[in-house]
Design a protein around this ligand. Structure first.
Ligand SMILES: NC(=O)c1ccc[n+]([C@@H]2O[C@H](COP(=O)([O-])OP(=O)(O)OC[C@H]3O[C@@H](n4cnc5c(N)ncnc54)[C@H](OP(=O)(O)O)[C@@H]3O)[C@@H](O)[C@H]2O)c1
Length: 338
């Protein structure tokens, strides 16, 4: 089968090539993929790979049609349309993965083979019914960022209607998904970007305030909230926005972090943190229970993820270079068989 495979160093080690189609074991399903979506993780995977390591099929997000069932899988049928939950071995909503499926906590796409391929074989517990109102590209785009932002906003951030959420760096797939979820939950949302075009697009998507990332936007959030600050800040940019993210946070506010694209070494004034009853919370991905809740929330609010651009699977390496250039607003998708 055709796939986007990484072996070697950096993005130069990624290529479109043939890989053997995997065999199926008891408890697994084979999915004929229709679309897959990129995440920054695919680029990190290329950059951190060790020389001499085995080839790995990249990709965490995907959607497609069940083409084969392993022994013991009797609650799915060949032909079912499914989305893939790349957060493996985490069933129940809990503070950390509990390893209920006994395979070890992993995110799909490294070290296990991922979704940038014509087929994937995966544990039955990692697939859920595809929301019918989404097309293939949309269904591929929102799963990894969906589960992560859903947990960040609701399980960790404890977001309630009427609260204010600040989201720096709106161009990323995670940030745009967080904007859509927060608006659907009735929050007021402040976003930042380095790009005027992305600020304007975010206003169209419902952002209540859209300001440049390089200015004193922490103060802009305070002005917007009559001095109070944001109840929740969703931080994925890291070093470049950290200072303002803390400045934007309300007394008792929660700064939820799950990425640091611009770098991960930051400073914290401990006195300011404890004197304002603030929390900094780290989170990654989420459980199957949260994934299902996220799908139900997406369906109930008919949330269509933002697709920036699509490429055919054969141009997957170009798609990763495009993502690496940070020109996108939303998700970058690979069409496999649509
Ligand atoms: N832990 C998890 O479970 C998890 C899950 C999903 C994602 N993540 C992480 O979350 C982060 C976001 O991922 P993503 O794929 O959605 O997006 P991304 O491609 O990493 O881009 C995020 C956005 O950050 C802003 N940005 C980047 N560098 C910047 C800089 N130097 N100064 C100011 N802004 C900057 C840009 O926004 P503008 O273009 O609008 O300026 C960019 O579009 C990544 O670090 C990813 O690894 C983690």
């Amino acid at each position: 089968m055709k796939a986007i495979v990484h072996q070697g160093e950096g993005l130069d080690g990624a290529s479109y090539r043939d890989m053997e189609r995997p065999g199926i074991e008891p408890g697994q399903v084979c999915v004929k993929l229709k679309a897959a979506a990129l995440n920054h993780r695919d680029i990190w995977t290329c950059n951190r790979a060790e020389p001499g390591a085995s080839p790995v099929i990249l990709g965490s997000d995907g959607t497609g049609i069940v083409s084969e069932l392993g022994a013991g899988v009797d609650d799915l049928a060949v032909g079912d349309e499914v989305v893939i939950n790349s957060s493996q071995d985490w069933a129940s909503r809990s503070e950390v993965p509990l390893g209920e499926y006994g395979v070890g906590y992993k995110i799909l796409g490294f070290p296990d083979h991922g979704t940038f391929a014509e087929y994937i074989v995966i544990g039955r517990q990692q697939v859920e019914p595809k929301p019918a109102f989404l097309d293939w590209r949309e269904a591929a785009a929102f799963c990894l960022v969906g589960i992560t932002t859903y947990r960040a906003l609701f399980s960790e951030g404890r977001l309630k209607a009427g609260q204010t959420v600040a989201i720096p760096g709106i161009g990323g797939g995670a940030a745009t998904q967080a904007l859509l979820f927060a608006k659907a939950a009735g929050a007021k949302v402040v976003i930042t970007s380095r790009s005027e075009e992305k600020l304007s697009k975010a206003r169209e998507l419902g952002a209540n305030l859209a300001v440049k990332s390089d200015g004193d936007w922490g103060q802009a959030v305070r002005d917007f909230t009559a001095g109070r600050g944001a109840d929740i800040v969703i931080e994925t940019v890291g070093e470049a926005t950290w200072k303002n993210s803390l400045a934007a946070l309300a007394n008792g506010g929660r700064l939820v972090v799950f990425g640091g694209t611009s770098g991960g070494t930051v400073e914290i004034d401990l006195g300011s943190l404890y004197l304002h009853w603030q929390s900094i919370i780290g989170t990654t991905m989420g459980s199957r229970e949260e994934f299902r809740d996220m799908l139900a929330f997406t369906e109930a609010h008919q949330i269509h993820p933002i697709i920036d651009r699509s490429f055919p699977l054969s141009e997957g390496v170009e798609a990763m270079r495009y993502l690496d250039s940070a020109g996108q607003m939303g998700n970058v998708v690979l069409e496999i068989d649509t």
